[in-house]
Design a protein around this ligand. Structure first.
Ligand SMILES: Nc1nc2c(ncn2[C@@H]2O[C@H](COP(=O)(O)OP(=O)(O)OP(=O)(O)O)[C@@H](O)[C@H]2O)c(=O)[nH]1
Length: 331
């Protein structure tokens, strides 16, 4: 009887999830992005609008106040300075005098800043087979990101396999298991406490044998000891390079936007530990400081590839700099 009740509840909650997914589809990706960036929009655009209203004409004080808004939004000190200097230059060059003109120049400059990075903003998954190593500290949204990616790839007709390399927490393996059930993809896992590199090794062998298009590997993200973290990640990267030399590779670092400047620090440690090729910035919906995206990308010189703007399946989006800035500064 309890089994029946459990199954009924499960079915009902799956129906609710499906309904939510459908509602999200209807809103469209840009609508979801805009909604997810609402707090950041209020933290930047509303304040910029207030400044513009107050000043009417462009002067030095206006720039000082703009600078303050950008720093408060966690864009980072250095990046903010560069943005303000460039906006000033453009204003001078174009002989602009009205405060209202500054907004468009700022928008243009923010888009340029996001473009100013080496590498493509698309995930390296072509040609197949490909392997995505997902790295980042605990709690930043790694498991959720892997689950959402697997679901998307599967829906796009790809053959996907997940390797549960975070063997330090049984809950992480269990959570991945739930996502794989939901997306109907296979999971390679060992028991809690086993060697993460052995799981990744098995994952690669299974991916080859099953002719998988994309293998996504979770990794453990304990940051308390940088040397251990480096050794562990290096070992995994070595195994992947040795066992799967021809696979297209992506090392995706997941960082939590709500941790602000801490996200930048974390990202730097991981970049030292392994050759990070892309960043997924999660939980942008939970912060007014979404400006951290500028700091992360410019201080690391690694492209942002994915942004998380909510917990729903469609809330993990491919990063598009124009859409991103337009969602913060709607016309
Ligand atoms: N609001 C919001 N929540 C998110 C987003 N991405 C992930 N989360 C939530 O963040 C929490 C942590 O996510 P996990 O995927 O468990 O994080 P993890 O990095 O795998 O953490 P460990 O399993 O502890 O290593 C979960 O409750 C997720 O639903 C996002 O973009 N927006």
């Amino acid at each position: 009887m309890f089994d029946n009740l459990f199954n009924k509840n499960k079915e009902e909650s799956e129906k609710v999830e499906e309904k939510e997914d459908l509602q999200q589809e209807k809103k469209g990706f840009f609508g979801r992005l805009k909604e997810g960036l609402e707090k950041t929009r209020k933290g930047i655009t509303d304040k910029v609008d207030d400044i513009i209203k107050h000043y009417h004409k462009i002067d030095e004080e206006l720039f000082e106040e703009l600078e303050e808004v950008l720093i408060m939004a966690d864009i980072g000190f250095e990046t903010t300075e560069t943005i303000i200097e460039n906006v000033k230059d453009k204003v001078k060059e174009r002989k602009l005098t009205e405060a209202t003109d500054v907004k468009d120049v700022l928008k243009e400059e923010l888009k340029e800043r996001l473009e100013d990075v080496e590498g493509d903003s698309k995930l390296n998954i072509e040609p197949s087979p490909s392997i995505i190593l997902v790295v980042g500290v605990n709690g930043v949204g790694k498991t959720t990101t892997i689950g959402k990616l697997a679901y998307k790839f599967k829906n796009n007709g790809k053959k996907v396999l997940i390797a549960a390399g975070d063997t330090f927490r049984a809950a992480a393996i269990e959570q991945l298991n739930e996502w794989t059930n939901r997306s109907n993809v296979d999971l390679i896992s060992h028991k809690e406490g086993s060697d993460p590199a052995a799981v990744i090794f098995d994952g690669v062998q299974a991916a080859k044998a099953r002719k998988t298009d994309i293998l996504i590997c979770d990794t453990a993200g304990r940051l308390h000891n940088k040397k251990n973290l480096m050794n562990e990640l290096n070992k995994i990267v070595r195994i992947v390079n040795r066992e799967y030399p021809d696979a297209t590779k992506e090392i995706l670092l997941v960082v939590d936007a709500t941790t602000g400047q801490n996200a930048v620090m974390q990202a730097k440690v991981f970049k030292e530990a392994c050759n990070v090729t892309g960043i997924a910035l999660t939980k942008l919906d939970g912060t007014a400081k979404g400006g951290v995206i500028f700091a992360v990308q410019s201080e690391l010189n690694v492209p942002i590839k994915l942004v998380g703007v909510g917990e729903g399946i469609n809330d993990l989006q491919e990063f598009d700099r124009d859409n991103f800035v337009n969602a913060i500064f709607p016309d």
